[in-house]
Design a binder for this molecule. Structure first.
Ligand code: GDP
Ligand code: IMO
Ligand code: MG
Length: 427
């Protein structure tokens, strides 16, 4: 099974990092295809914890080549900070490859992110403040800076100058400090020599790899419900975490993809603003947050917590063409008498079975719950489906039915080994 996409099926932080790390131990490449250091992917190997932001999951596996694809936005300072951190912990990062076409997050796009949030006031998105949105906006408006520009100083200067001619007008309006072309260019150029050996035509490398029978894992950042096209717009990120993004974000065609794996928590969380029908604002939400350690890896913000939302996962299954679900954090639900599962919504007095097409309806949706029996046993040592208590098995089978996608892998702990495999995802 050479090419599989791993992506988020809810609102992010589902445990994609653990999944890509695990598959990365057997893959030839793990490729990040969207987003940037807004992602926070936690991986626990032999009890040691790693928080990856910009670097792909495969970085921890010595036989895997980690790749930052053209769809990613790269903050060069963060890149070398993460590389330095892993190097100091004895992880070899020298295999990392970066697309020449990836766009660069600059000091001014970071500032624009912060200013835009302030200007939005109580309508703010709740971004991670990493400059993601403004960098993608520049990409789409054809004024972005790409990794390959680092190696052509005159062109880089001309591009920065042209971009700042517009940004500085806006910055002045905001009453913010102006950016000088020389300072921005000098900052970017300070990374050029260190980046140069990593930069290749990643599209050619990956397609050649597939022709040679190599295994590639495409690692999505963020999630389906945060997708710029398919998510809860405008409360979304500015890229395509959905399956199509893996193709545009790497230059590997859809006919080459064998499997699309949606990672979903056994409940659900969200960080930042925006609609969230099953959100728990009472002590159940606090209980989930504490049991599941639901605090952001990137910003440290407490995550909003709620019960499993089946229409959301069905929606993800549809827009991504999911072949499998990797269900995570089943262990967190232990100790509940019964577990609510949202199976439909009530919108303006009517039952609605699927995620509504209109944002206003989704914002008004209240969950309709079915209640499943809980279990009290600690399941963190279970390694086969049959090891799980009957109620936990039944919960998984129920989620499989209401999500309309098979659940192939079940997470019962943060460690690489704390996993039940029902179907091999690389088979
Ligand atoms: P990502 O952004 O999708 O990679 O997810 P995050 O790393 O932001 O958040 C997932 C959190 O859950 C991390 O702290 C993981 O170590 C942890 N985790 C992943 N899978 C499991 C699981 O099955 N059980 C438990 N208890 N924790 C898990
Ligand atoms: P991983 O990959 C959860 C959210 C932010 C905000 C919105 C836009 O760890 O699952 P941005 O900075 O991207 O412009 O913010 O998207 N967001 C995430 N939420 N997990 C993430 O990444 C996220 N990356 C961005 O909280 O609501
Ligand atoms: Mg995360």
């Amino acid at each position: 099974m050479p090419a599989v996409i791993v992506l988020g099926a809810q609102w992010g932080d589902e445990g994609k990092g653990k999944a890509t790390d695990q598959l990365g131990t057997r893959a030839d490449y793990v490729v990040k295809y969207n987003g940037g250091n807004n992602a926070g992917h936690t991986v626990v190997v032999n009890g040691e914890k790693f928080a990856l932001h910009l670097l792909p999951g495969g970085i921890l596996s010595p036989t895997c080549t980690p790749v930052i694809g053209n769809g990613v936005v790269v903050d060069l300072g963060v890149l070398f900070e993460e590389i330095g951190d892993l190097d100091s912990r004895g992880i070899d990062t020298s295999r990392l490859k970066i697309s020449a076409n990836a766009h660069i997050i600059t000091a001014y796009t970071r500032t624009m992110d912060a200013l835009s949030e302030i200007a939005l006031g109580d309508k703010k998105i709740g971004t991670t403040g990493r400059g993601i949105g403004p960098t993608y906006a520049d990409k789409v408006s054809r004024s972005g800076i790409r990794v390959q520009d680092l190696f052509h100083e005159d062109e880089l200067r001309a591009k920065v100058e042209a971009a700042l001619a517009q940004k500085n007008i806006l910055l002045k309006e905001y009453g913010a400090e102006q950016f000088e072309t020389d300072a921005v260019v000098a900052d970017l150029l300070s990374y050029a020599d260190r980046v140069r050996p990593m930069v290749i035509d990643t599209t050619l490398e990956l397609n050649n790899g597939l022709d040679d029978g190599k295994t590639i894992v495409f690692e999505g950042g963020q999630s389906t419900m945060l997708d710029i096209d398919h998510g809860t717009y405008p409360y979304v990120t500015s890229s395509n975490p959905t399956a199509g993004g893996a193709c545009t974000g790497t230059g590997v065609g859809p006919t080459k993809i064998d499997r699309v794996i949606g990672v979903a928590k056994a409940y659900i969380t969200r960080v930042g603003e925006g609609p969230f029908p099953t959100e728990l604002l009472d002590e159940s939400g606090d209980w989930l947050r504490e049991q599941g350690h639901e605090y952001g890896v990137t910003t440290g913000r407490p995550r909003r917590c709620g019960w499993y939302d089946a229409p959301v996962v069905r929606y993800s299954s549809r827009v991504n063409g999911l072949t499998d679900i990797a269900l995570t954090k089943l262990d967190v639900l232990g100790g509940l008498d019964q577990i609510p599962v949202c199976v439909a919504y009530e919108v303006n007095g009517e039952r609605v079975d699927e995620v509504p097409a209109f944002a206003a309806d989704f914002a008004a949706a209240t969950p309709i719950y079915e209640y499943r029996p809980g279990w009290s046993e600690d399941i963190s040592e279970c390694r086969t489906f049959e090891d799980l208590p009957q109620a936990a098995q039944d919960y998984v089978l129920y989620l499989e039915e209401v999500s309309r996608c098979r659940i192939s892998v079940i997470g019962v702990g943060a460690g690489r080994e704390a996993t039940i495999v029902r179907q091999d995802l690389l088979d």
